[in-house]
Design a protein around this ligand. Structure first.
Ligand code: GUN
Length: 291
């Protein structure tokens, strides 16, 4: 058996086309959705991600700006930049690219972002809203994975979902979203004993460890849907995921490729979150004007 390949690029293009239509509608009301991305330092992978995010914004008609700060900027200087963006009415979404340099407290930086502009969904109040089933912003990667599963007609109701990797960015919010969709969720981490015994129970297996090829075909239940969040470069400089694609595709019923799977969806959902932040700010301005 060879698994169906889940085409994240095509789905992302269709999400972005829908965003572009809604952006035009908002522009007719005089609002241009705006995203500000803050990049500290010169991490090469972060530079690429930020460039791709800005390019996707421009293409869909959103305004984007990138604030580049030197790696040795102080945390207070960064917080001042964030506060300026909080107070800028033309900015509807703020994203501070992670990881930050080691001398900074990422949690403090994220908590300084106005939660209504936190298009990453990383602010504690957004994490809390997600956990209690009333999300304002869903973190972009897990949100994109939910869209992919939906478009593939994968039912999560009563399904066994196993997530490998318990980060705040992917694993934990992914657990909340799949739980809310009716799945029985197992969240594995680096201390999990006998990882294969856990992953082999999964109807839907989601892998986000940052370790190339760590999940192999023998760790997958025949017919499972496999979502690979990893983006790594192997020794030949080729992009590979956290799942060993060659062995996994012989066992799974459907699998995301790397590249062209989850990655494009993450960017598409960032545009959705930014657009919705702008729509909400327009609605609250309109209702304030009528009172
Ligand atoms: N670094 C890796 N992924 C992400 C993301 O989704 N958002 C931010 N801000 N930084 C990241």
């Amino acid at each position: 058996m060879s698994a169906r390949i889940i085409d994240g690029k095509t789905l992302a293009d269709s999400v972005k086309a829908d965003v572009a239509v809604r952006v035009q509608q908002l522009k007719q009301q005089g609002v241009v959705p705006g995203l500000a991305v803050v990049l500290v330092g010169d991490d090469p992978a972060s530079q690429v991600y930020v460039r791709n995010k800005a390019a996707a914004c421009e293409k869909a008609g959103l305004h984007s700006s990138v604030i580049r700060l030197h790696a040795d900027v102080t945390e207070e200087q960064l917080l001042d930049e964030v506060r300026k963006l909080n107070n800028d009415n033309a900015v509807h979404g703020i994203l501070v690219q992670l990881p930050l340099p080691g001398h900074m407290n990422s949690a403090r930086v994220i908590e300084t972002i106005d939660a209504r502009k936190d298009v990453d969904g990383f602010h504690i109040s957004n994490a809390g809203l997600l956990m209690t089933g009333q999300p304002l912003f869903r973190p972009c990667t897990p949100y994109g994975i939910m869209k992919m599963l939906e478009s593939e007609n994968v039912s999560l109701w009563g399904a066994e979902v196993v997530i490998v990797g318990a980060s705040n960015i992917v694993g934990k919010p992914m657990a909340m979203l799949t739980l809310a969709a009716g799945a029985t969720v197992t969240l594995c981490n680096s201390k999990t004993r006998d990882l294969g015994a856990q992953t082999r129970r999964a109807d839907v297996l989601i892998v986000a460890t940052g370790k190339p090829g760590m999940v192999t075909g023998s760790m997958i239940k025949p017919g499972a849907v496999v979502i690979d969040v990893g983006i790594n470069r192997n020794e030949h400089g080729k992009l590979v995921g956290d799942v060993d694609f060659a062995s996994a595709k012989e066992v799974a019923s459907a699998i995301t490729p790397v590249p062209g799977g989850v990655g494009p969806m993450t960017i598409a959902m960032l545009l959705v979150n930014t657009l919705e932040a702008a729509e909400r700010s327009q609605q609250s301005a309109a209702s304030a004007a009528t009172v």
